[in-house]
Design a protein. Sequence first.
Lengths: 312, 452, 273
Amino acid sequence: MTAVTSPETSEAGAPGTRRPRARGRNRGLNWNALLWVLPALVAYAFFDLYPLTQTIRYSFYNWDGIGAATSAGFGNYVAVFTNPEQFASILHAFVLIFFFTVIPVGLGLVVAAIIRDQKAGPFATFTKTVLFLPQVLPLAAAGLIWTWIFSPNGMLNGFLRAVGLGSLAQDWLGGFHTALPAVGIIGSWVSLGFCTVLLLAGIGKIDGSLYEAVRLDGANRIQEFFAITLPGLRSEIIVASTVTTIAALSSFDVIYISTSGGPGYATTVPGLEIYRLTFVSQQVGSASALAVVLSILILAIVLPLQRLGKQS
Amino acid sequence: MHLKSTNDIATRARRLAAIALATATAGIMAACSAPGSSAVQVAASPVSTDLGTAPITLNLVSDTPGVDAFKKMADGFKKLHPNVTINVTGQDFNTLISNAPRMLASGNVPDLVRLASFGNLVKDKLISPLDGYAKAYGWDKWPQSQFASLRSNQEGTVRGKGSLYGAGPGYGLTGVYYNKTILTKLSGTVPTTLDEFEALLKKAHGAGYTGLLTNGKDGGLTYPLQNLIMDYGGAAPVQAWNYNQPGANINTPATVKAATTLQSWFTNGYINANTNSVDFTSAPAEWQKGQSLFWTSGNWSAPAADKALPGKVGFFLFPSIKDTDTRYAMSASLLLAIPSKSTHKDAAAAFIDYVQTNAAARQITFDQLGLLPAGPEGASVPTVAPGAQADTETQFAKASGSDGLVEFMPNATASMSVSTLIPQTQLLVSGKVTPAAFAAKVQSDYTSSLGK
Amino acid sequence: MRSSLSARSTNVALLLSLIIFTLIPFFGIVATALQPRGKAPSGFSIPLHPALGNFAEAWSQASILPLIGSSTLIVLGVVPVALLLSALAGFGLAQPGLPGGSFLGLLFVAGLTIPAEALISPLYYQVQAMGLLDSRWAIILPLIALYMPFGVFWMRTHFLSIPEELSEAARVDGASTFRTFVSIQLPLARSAISALLILFFLWTWNQFLLAIVLVNDPLKRTVAGALGAFQGQYGTDIVLLCAGALLIIAPSLIVFFIFQRQFVGALLQGSSK
């Protein structure tokens, strides 16, 4: 998907999903229902599935995107794993999962567990509104804002100097060790509020008597967290992780705007490499192979996450 | 995605995988036929300098900062040719360069387009050779060195000679801006040798200034690097490499030595420590702070440099090892090309001639674009107040008079700048790659990208 | 229930620190946008003499109005059609006895994992072959399709949640499926559809990759797509850049503030089961 941020939450949110879908299974086939699906299916097949087959097709050629192509066999796929720059971009995407997913979901869990029962009211509404704000921005704008915050004369260094930690001030996006975490923080900022609100909503659904029961058994808050909260939030955690992991692996906008992959190759990600290989180097074949690998990786991570959600 | 309503998720997962597999299979089947088409075939049209009287609308696509200048030139052109209207549109430079090949292959091409380099455009026959117009307008009687980087063989594999594929209003020129106030404070003079230059860097650093301001985020480190390579090994091997001549190799002792020098400058603190996050657009803001002695950039920055610190900025060519050696500078034309599919080639060529020869247009080129106007010997010389920009004019004459103008290394291949030189120079100054590894990597990327 | 004072103040403090973390960048960009032009501001400082003129300057320099107009056209092209197709297909997929229903459902769901990067270059050639390159259709048509996996899944989930008895009753009354859909199902789906509407609006408004690749003329792009060009052009002038960025994100923020109840509420509907 494009701009994967908040959307998939809905699956948790959409009402009544626990209803058995087997109803009507024993009745006759309803061919008319196909007509309803057809327009969406045509659009989807034409601008989504068909291009995907084309990407797969291009990936077996050396092609500059315009002239004649020559066969490449699996060469472009070999390059994804042997070309250090391409392979590094995949590794970076996995590092970003830590910032886009682990930190926001982890922090969100902690906050949700402590607050647990948020009273409805103006403050609760205000909180939700504010925490959702980063979701509303174009990712490119988030990149732009944070580039300024992280710049050598930016807000972060200004703050550090003001509180007497000037020695820590540095060129955050220009440093080899700090650039990828800094870009990651941008992702954390975007996802944190969303994950927190989602988890808060989930924890509100857990039956309060369960907590009282373990409390009576003498459980402390940590035990309570593992016995009740964590299992109770399983589906919300899965949803939040899925959405943010896809965002991490297919990130492009933020990096394109903030670091362009630098310094060196420190913040390259597959999305950026695909864009560059296609539009700068004019190596459409290599770009397509990387795109296919990226899609498979996303599928390979999302599927087990879904299965995890079902084991209970 | 999240399939709450599923009872048997394992089955679902298998089905999903099956769909993925089916899609992949479909793709592989489709792969039996190769994508792309053979090159565009456009019949050579007769060349004419007569634009007639029928109304003609030309579309010119420039990078955004050039829009104003081209609009003014278009207005001037319309006074001479009232039937020709030129629509100027602008695009972000990087996007323009990235989109150019597809734009020129599409059904809706502009009549004039600003390019940075030819890439595969000549090979794919997307831009027209201009030799006929060069003859008709007499460009072939002008000093020809200015056109060298605009020539290519018909296969698009070797540049520097062959047919002319573009021309434009003016030339870029790289060199070094200096802050006169700081130079005086350090009781220094404009350096004439590399040793003097380096000594001043050291002095500036000792006095708490930045010796050399560079925009390493988007390739500014390649300027001092290429100059050092040419100082140590001469310009000919670099130019051969830039033009993709067979067997050209940049992995030379000169490159390794140049990389070593550049690395030591950074390690010694002579180069701004934040170079990896300073880009082309933020460098003038750094310069404005008045804390940098030198700034390697091009004449396109001259109007901004003068404006930032009025009366306090000068410009000189990067020093050579000995005072008597040739002083080299990187130079490239602001290149306008005529797409093969343009239907108004005559009018487009007339505009290219106009921007090179018309006195008012040449003044606009100089004032607004900061570039040295192209054109014949003895053409009108733009007037300018004393300052860095005036210096660029005299320095350009000096460099071109001694054959010191060389194409930019980042233009050697389509991906050389973004995929190799920018990240590799960043790694180099930060000590993440050795000078030897740097030189080897630049060459191997070059070879593999030409091989594709 | 814990409701002691200390517990409540811990909660408030926690939430406040989250809120501050979320808002600080916004304060930073607003403060910077209000600094006087012409000097490079550093660090974080409250502007003593807010230079509101910066916004006027950015407004005209960055062609904000044409850009907003362009984005609006794109939104109008994408959102209604995408909503309609999603609702129809969602309803169809929720019908009992749909042949190949579970396969079709999965086919759409699979689309959620395809990153846009994997489609961008074929899309380019496809749009080009249709002669739509460089027009807003180049963004509109693919976006409608790219929203289908999510939209269809969302609407299907909604329609599955509607008690079957409702449709049954209507059917007994002799209403056609279409009548049932229009007069019973759609009104019931209002909150699901309005949530989807807001999401589609935001994704379209914020679309970046398709805009920069498929449309050359910045004035035919989305505002988000214009951001990159804006950065390239005014990177020197951080004040103007911040003012422009604020203007660019303002419409999304306004829409969000107006509809935030529906937005947050819809996304969290599951909480009230």
